[in-house]
Design a protein around this ligand. Sequence first.
Ligand SMILES: [Zn+2]
Length: 146
Amino acid sequence: MQDRFAEKMGDAKARSDTRLLGDFTRIYCRGVHAGAPRTALASDGADLGIYGHRPPVVCAECAQLLRYAEKRRAYCPKDPKPFCSYCDTHCYTAEMRERMREVMRYAGPRSLLHGHAIDGVKHLIEGRRARTAAARAAAEPTDKES
Ligand SMILES: [Zn+2]
């Protein structure tokens, strides 16, 4: 593990964002990849205890996605980090972005039923805030001449 990864993951927001992705991916994998062999995630994030005592149990494909997501989150170049869906820096590859989108679409609404109401709602609120901010920025005249 790189020191920089551990250092970046010392940030509470980075940890909670990553934990949320872990929760979502676990819900997605359990529902969509039910037939695949699944094991507790082995990753740098799991080694750091980001997911608590029980890392998400996922298939190999989802483990790969989570390991990727951990790194992207840790090395996010933006400060403060914008809401990922509305970020203009596409740090995910198109393929990984689509995979994570699918996870969100599936697990987002379901997370409310799995005892993650708080995280799920927080995520929705953050999304709404980002949308409002984006709409406001778009509505603002860029040409200040008058
Ligand atoms: Zn899976």
